[in-house]
Design a protein around this ligand. Structure first.
Ligand code: KG4
Ligand code: ZN
Length: 346
């Protein structure tokens, strides 16, 4: 029996999980509410909150799994990438525990863990598979050949998909994070009512900054054009009235464009690599339009599609634990001198 304790603290969630032989027994997540009034994560406050949360979160994960700290065979932690102050709290805690318990330490790459969240529940994808990881900080297509062999084959050159949702929502006057609100309003709207451009990016790259500019002018012109044109510029009152009357259709049209940008590249990657097991990961995988479009595209193209349960899509230690388990099996351990890093190449 192999028991892994995993710790995730890369951004603003303090999380701990227990994995036994590849099964997640607990996945405890403490969300930090301290950032709400700032409209984004404040790194210094995040580090302090991790310091306060880490001991009770690890305790809760052990209790929920009905495990004792003495049952643990290895300690896995998120080593990179993320906010350095946040990573250090989880990293140094994991190292101290490994030293005190005299158990091996496993350093985990946060983005690889997002991909391997697809190996937590059944049915699981077969190797090789592709994963589209979409979060507030990342947009990547990953070719995964084994739990410990994967490479990024497509990536955004500017904003991440989650940022595209959040920045669009901000332009519409919606609170942060606006992604879930766009999803909610889009469900009542017509996705084909308004047209936003699809960027022409070579290969498997993504770009969302052009879409943001196009939405900005579209709203400034109260829907008359996507372009900068002096003669169309609306007053603030006209703009507000246009948004109010058309919110559902605007949200549906924006969401539809973000989803088609993502899935057109995913389809290209699947064809080029001749792969039929296709996964989603990251917080944006919660988007109902993306989930449905992936399933439809899968049915049309004969793919097997996989989306992790929501608790394993947003930042969580369950995904660190499953990655730690496979690294344990592969004998990939780190020594106590391993350093947390904000950025990390694959
Ligand atoms: O993975 P995540 O929880 O955090 C990191 O960025 O690491 O992702 C958060 C992102 C935010 O940009 C949020 O707006 C977006 O995921 N998001 C959504 C939905 N739920 C969360 N975007 C669109 N539709 C949703 N239902
Ligand atoms: Zn993440």
């Amino acid at each position: 029996m192999i028991n892994i304790l995993a710790i995730e603290s890369s951004c603003d969630e303090t999380s701990a999980a227990i994995c036994r032989d590849g099964k997640i027994l607990s996945n405890f997540i403490a969300n930090q509410t301290v950032h709400e009034r700032y409209g984004g994560v404040v790194p210094e406050l995040a580090s302090r909150a991790h310091m306060q949360n880490i001991v009770p979160v690890v305790d809760s994960a052990l209790k929920e799994a009905e495990a004792s700290i003495n049952d643990i065979d290895a300690i896995a932690f998120t080593q990179a990438p993320g906010l350095i102050g946040s990573l250090l709290v989880g990293g140094e805690f994991a190292k101290s525990l490994a030293l005190a318990l005299n158990k091996p330490l496993i350093a985990v790459h946060h983005m690889q863990a997002h991909v391997l969240a697809n190996l937590i529940d059944d049915p699981k994808p077969s190797f090789p598979f592709l994963c589209l990881t979409v979060s507030g900080g990342h947009t990547q297509i990953v070719l995964c050949e084994s739990p410990t062999t994967m490479k990024v084959i497509g990536e955004t050159i500017d904003d991440a998909a989650g940022e595209a949702f959040d920045k669009s929502a901000k332009l519409l006057g919606l609170p942060y994070p606006g992604g879930p609100l766009i999803d909610k309003y889009a469900q009542q709207g017509d996705p084909h009512r308004f047209k936003f451009p699809e960027p022409k990016i070579e290969g498997l790259g993504f770009s969302f900054s052009g879409l943001k500019t196009s939405i900005l002018y579209f709203l400034k012109n109260a829907g008359k054009s996507n372009l900068f044109k002096e003669e169309f510029t609306a007053t603030e009152e006209e703009k507000a009235a246009f948004i109010k009357e058309n919110l559902a259709d605007i949200c549906a049209s924006i969401q539809d464009r973000i989803v088609t940008i993502l899935l057109n590249k995913l389809k290209k990657a699947a064809i080029e690599n001749n792969i039929t097991d296709i996964c989603l990961a990251g917080g944006v995988a919660a988007n109902s339009g993306l989930r449905k479009a992936l399933q439809d595209m899968g049915t049309k193209n004969g793919w097997n599609t996989f989306i992790p349960a929501f608790q394993y899509c947003t930042d969580n230690a369950g995904m660190i634990a499953i990655t730690g388990y496979y690294k344990f099996l592969a004998g990939e351990f780190s020594d106590l001198s391993v350093q947390s890093t904000a950025r990390a190449e694959w």
